[in-house]
Design a protein around this ligand. Structure first.
Ligand SMILES: C[S@@+](CC[C@H](N)C(=O)[O-])C[C@H]1O[C@@H](n2cnc3c(N)ncnc32)[C@H](O)[C@@H]1O
Length: 277
């Protein structure tokens, strides 16, 4: 476990930290967060002009953590791994689970980690850890003592990978990493993934991708087949792979009310929650 409220070591981040838009901060901006710089706000505005659904998509995605955590709790799962946790934004995952149940947050972005160490590792009654790691090296990540030591590996774990994989463009690397994760998880674990796609919105998603590119950020939407493959042989819960806003714990074609009811084309992403059986 890290020490709560460690100082933010800005000098380690370099000048481009302040001048170059970063994906987690643009996302935070779309969510109405304040952990952003002018470069991020410029990127978010350009994004919004190209794709009016961008802010709604971010909110719908963020809300899905509540949906996936509720689904895992209903299955009796009491340990949580949040891969690519992003900047803190209430409610964070540890606010959604019973006190003293382990929640491990992982991210690779030094700016995210600085904030995460302050806000995502508050100490008792929470039992959280913040781990600096890159999920593309999944074997190394899962071998770390601050990950293995946090969990009882004889019990299931709920893993969230929400809007993380699109920021990793190499398909083979991502596919291999998620396969390693699936192999490592104890039986009964859940894997929840949300992922950008142009399936619902072939016109504006490419425009959004181009805006990110202009701001120095590479993002890779993937097809339903590619996203579906990340779940391997796991058994889908509820409606199965569906638009994030339309995923329902109760089965296909049942509208799941969220505070951000959005059309599939307005969330531009798929969601799935599947169990290792
Ligand atoms: C858009 S944010 C999503 C945050 C959060 N998961 C959510 O859904 O609200 C994406 C986060 O994934 C992190 N990320 C992307 N690729 C990663 C990787 N290979 N390893 C670790 N973190 C990664 C980014 O640094 C960023 O903080």
């Amino acid at each position: 476990m890290t020490t709560a409220h460690q100082p933010v070591e800005l000098e380690e981040l370099g000048p481009e930290h302040f001048t170059q838009a970063r994906a987690p901060r643009v996302y935070d901006c779309l969510l109405g967060g304040v952990d952003t710089y002018q470069c991020d706000r410029d990127a978010a505005l350009d994004l919004y002009m190209a794709a009016l659904w961008a802010a709604l998509a971010a909110r719908t995605n963020r809300h899905f953590t509540q949906t996936s955590t509720a689904a895992a709790l209903r299955l009796g799962i009491r340990q949580f791994l949040d891969l690519g946790c992003g900047l803190p934004n209430r409610p964070n995952l540890h606010h959604l689970v019973p006190h003293r149940k382990p929640v491990v947050y992982v991210d690779r972005d030094p700016g995210v980690l600085a904030h995460a160490k302050c806000w995502l590792d508050p100490g008792p009654p929470y039992k959280t850890a913040v781990v600096a790691a890159d999920l593309t090296d999944m074997r190394e990540l899962l071998a770390r003592p601050d990950v293995t030591g946090a969990f009882d590996l004889s019990q299931p774990i709920a893993v969230t990978v929400h809007d993380v994989l699109p920021w990793n463009e190499d398909d083979t690397t991502v596919t291999d990493a998620i396969a390693v994760l699936r192999g490592w998880l104890p039986t009964g674990s859940t894997l929840s993934i949300t992922h950008l796609t142009d399936h619902f919105n072939a016109h504006t998603v490419p425009k959004a991708v181009a805006v990110y590119e202009r701001h120095g950020i590479t993002v890779r939407p993937r097809s339903p087949d590619q996203i579906s493959a990340f779940f391997g042989g796991f058994t889908h819960l509820g409606s199965g792979l569906a638009a994030v806003s339309q995923w329902s714990a109760h089965g296909p074609n049942v509208y799941h009310f969220t505070p951000y009811p959005a059309r599939a084309s307005d969330c531009a992403a798929f969601a799935g929650i599947a169990v290792k059986t």
